[in-house]
Write a protein that binds this ligand. Structure first.
Ligand code: ACO
Length: 360
């Protein structure tokens, strides 16, 4: 293994987990025992949350118990908004969300994993609305997590199809092996710091453009390309300048990310007219071909962020809120991994290769 690979911990197994498995050669993702496509089409977000927490060793709960618990956590988080929001003054939504997530802590009677996950959409929606000069909308405990997320964002109920599409997205991104943000969560949890600390660290790791910060820039790229005629010249020029095409490439997947198709299906389910899927597909096809020519042997293919961007845009979620919305789904994985790490793991403490001078 070269130093370049070592510096990115390529191929290093940092945990034994019962939560999810990524097979980058087969293009397969298994979450809590099911393929991601099957899970997204058959199971609600709350059902997946129950399965992941149970697989991590947390208390066993049914899907409906989990739904009630998350609803209760959303209500409690909303009660805290008044004290949290002023600390986010002047920050972008991505930065404000970091400050808001850091302000969430224990609440009597609500397990920390539920408080963390339940708070996410309340904070994201309140910050989006605040940025638009609108008041926060209180959660509706009767709704599922996905439907309530859209309702709190918009101030009015979403259609069933939209809630289903967001639910499929949240399930699809709920967990994904030892990605950078999950690793960050496990490192913090391995010190026996609490779950809220682990989740805050994980969100910080998620925010970068090489991880969960990519979907906003994917839309910027699609906007900048603009027309079918401009695809080839735009992509060729970007690659010639040495730029990275957002939404392509992955450390583990060497074939198409299986989540891309699940999310493309979710965009389709919203019906014609929501978005120009034909144009997006043209960009995807050309970008894959151009990457194969520009980086032969690298096997760069479409990743989850390409269709995440298109789906969240079709759901009318502002692009500066895409990373917090990613956290609404991925926080389930973070909490499950933190619980599993504390139950079964040891302090994570790797070594480094010293390249400085030695004293004489
Ligand atoms: N566009 C152009 N070139 C690329 C891209 C891309 N999207 N991705 C990788 N490459 C090139 C690199 O420039 C490098 O080329 P070189 O060896 O000639 O210098 C080579 O492929 C390998 O790149 P690494 O950075 O070593 O690969 P790594 O495994 O670290 O990168 C990553 C994975 C960060 C996702 C990368 O593919 C990337 O930057 N993609 C664009 C951003 C993106 O889509 N991020 C979302 C990822 S999905 C997620 O985290 C949820």
């Amino acid at each position: 293994m070269t130093i370049h690979q070592t510096s990115g911990l390529d191929g290093v197994a940092a945990a034994v987990t019962a939560l999810s498995h990524v097979d980058g050669e087969a293009g397969e993702l298994v979450i809590a025992g099911s393929r991601v496509g099957d899970l997204a089409s058959t199971t609600s977000f709350e059902g997946v949350v129950a399965r992941l927490w149970s697989a991590a060793g947390a208390e066993e709960r049914t899907e409906s118990e989990t739904r009630a618990l998350l609803a209760q956590a959303r209500m409690r988080a909303f009660e805290r908004l008044e004290s949290i929001l002023p600390a986010t003054d002047g920050l972008s939504i991505v930065d404000a969300f970091r400050a808001a997530v850091a302000a969430i802590g224990p609440w009597d009677g609500i397990p920390p994993e539920a408080m963390s996950v339940g708070a996410m959409p309340v904070l994201a929606a309140a910050l989006v609305r605040r940025a638009a000069g609108k008041p926060a909308v209180a959660p509706d405990a009767k709704l599922g997590h996905a439907a309530d997320t859209l309702r709190m964002l918009r101030g009015k109920p979403a259609s069933e199809a939209e809630a289903k599409a967001l639910g499929a997205y949240l399930v699809t991104v709920s967990d994904h092996g030892m990605n950078a943000s999950t690793f960050a969560a496990r490192v913090v949890a391995s010190t026996q710091a609490d779950l809220f600390m682990a989740v805050t660290a994980a969100y910080c790791a998620l925010s970068g453009p090489l991880h969960g910060g990519a979907p906003g820039p994917v839309l910027d790229m699609l906007d900048s390309i603009g027309t079918s005629a401009n695809i080839a010249p735009w992509v060729d020029a970007a690659l010639a300048r040495g730029e990275r095409l957002m939404g392509f490439g992955h450390r583990i997947y060497k074939v198409r990310d299986p989540r891309a198709d699940v999310l493309k299906g979710a965009v389709d389910s919203l019906g014609a007219g929501q978005t120009d899927l034909g144009f997006m597909a043209e960009v995807e096809i050309y970008a894959r071909e151009a990457l194969a020519k520009a980086k032969p042997g690298r096997r760069l293919d479409t990743n989850v962020e390409f269709y995440t961007a298109i789906l969240l845009d079709a759901l009318k979620i502002p692009r500066n809120a895409f990373t917090p919305i990613f956290a609404v789904g991925r926080s389930v994985g973070w909490t499950a991994h933190a619980i599993e790490q504390q139950r079964t793991g040891r302090l994570l403490r790797p070594t480094s290769v010293y390249a400085g001078t030695m004293p004489v």
